[in-house]
Design a protein around this ligand. Structure first.
Ligand code: MRU
Length: 367
């Protein structure tokens, strides 16, 4: 997708073939800063500090992190250390674990001298696979938006609500939840997106609104509490969100606040879709209650980031000093509240049978 008209990605191998570039998402939307990762520590820090964030993107960043580790030391011990170290940076998004398991399985049997190049090659492949998966999610989700548009008066937009950032900034390109929206917009279907602010880190305000603006998609930023109101008024036709982990039975972990939107959508008869690539499915877990939920620092709740009138970006405190806070970063939406899963293979029910209809080869893993 584009920034200021220039095709951009969130992560790439630099032309030196030994360092990795990222778009620093902690600086968006106020500054566009690109950062170079040289070591596994750089990659781990980027994941932990959310310079890169979003389930698919942290999987790709972790894969490149292993490659950077192998560049410094390709021993068995270094491989084990890098995988364990990167895995502990963020617990909820399964894509991180998925990418690390993939790298560990492929590199383990290789000779030390082969590991560095194989790791960079596989990280690049995972990035390209993510782009293609997200493109396919867009093509499949487009049909849902097209059907919603057919029920509208000519020229009337399909109103789609989304939560957090599940756009191209959470992936390598296209996005998950936003890919159907970009495909619909590019196909000339009128769309309008309600962008949830998504406190405490404001990924909706800072990232989703930024990327929709740069692609020219009509949208309105709303506070997190406004979605139910707009649904009651008939101003939301569809909800499409991303996810950090889907269980084998279709429960969905996503950014905190998603569950409340699903409840409001259910109460108002608004279809609630979840968009994801296969790397986000955790076939080893049936129930959402077993998904580990990241608990982040209270400072994210107690302050907000923004740009002041002097143009400086700063955090400001929003409550009395000493106020205690809790900060679960994700919640789980039970499968019964999900109208469907939009994947690179098609759209299915959010259930064990639904998932197996698209991924029959996983039948034994999911039993
Ligand atoms: O904590 P973050 O910003 O890494 O959050 C992850 C997400 O971007 C969302 O939960 C998203 O909707 C799923 S990832 C496409």
């Amino acid at each position: 997708m584009k920034i200021d008209g220039v095709p951009s990605r969130t992560i790439w191998l630099e032309s030196d073939g030994q360092t990795v570039g990222i778009l620093d998402q902690t600086r968006l939307p106020h500054e566009i800063v690109r950062v170079t990762l040289r070591t596994v520590d750089d990659a781990a820090r980027a994941i932990k500090s959310m310079q890169v964030r979003g389930a698919p993107l942290i999987g790709v960043a972790a894969a490149y992190g292993v490659a950077l580790a192998m560049q410094a030391d390709a021993s068995d011990a270094a491989l084990r250390r890098a995988v364990a170290y990167l895995a502990e940076q963020r617990p909820t998004a399964i894509n991180l674990r998925w990418a690390l398991d993939d790298l560990a399985q492929r590199l383990g049997p290789l000779a030390e001298g082969e590991r560095r190049d194989a790791a960079f090659a596989r990280a690049g492949e995972i990035a390209e696979e993510d782009v293609e998966s997200c493109r396919r999610i867009g093509v499949n989700g487009l049909e849902i938006i097209r059907a919603a548009s057919a029920k509208k008066k000519p020229g009337e937009p399909v109103n789609i609500l989304t939560h957090c950032n599940a756009g191209w900034l959470a992936c390598v390109d296209w996005g998950t939840a936003t890919s159907p929206i970009y495909h619909a917009h590019d196909a000339g279907i009128p769309v309008h997106v309600w962008v949830d602010e998504t406190r405490p880190r404001s990924q909706g305000a800072a990232l989703t609104a930024f990327e929709l603006l740069h692609h020219g998609v009509p949208h309105s930023l709303i506070v997190d509490n406004a979605g139910g109101h707009f649904m009651q008024r008939g101003d939301v036709d569809l909800v499409i969100v991303g996810t950090d982990r889907v269980t084998a039975h279709g429960d969905v972990a996503n950014k905190i606040g998603t569950y409340l939107k699903a409840l409001a959508a259910y109460d108002n008869g608004v279809p609630f879709y979840v968009a994801l690539p296969y790397s986000t499915i955790d076939w080893s877990i049936k129930n959402g209650v077993d998904i580990p939920i990241e608990e982040r620092g209270s400072e994210e709740v107690l302050s907000v980031y923004g740009r002041n009138s002097a143009g400086e970006v700063q955090a400001v405190s929003i409550s009395a000093e000493g106020t205690p806070a809790r900060n679960p970063a994700f919640d789980v939406t039970p499968s019964r509240l999900v109208s469907g899963l939009i994947t690179e293979r098609g759209v299915c029910a959010s259930s064990h049978d639904g998932l197996l209809s698209l991924y029959p080869e996983k039948r034994s893993a999911a039993e």
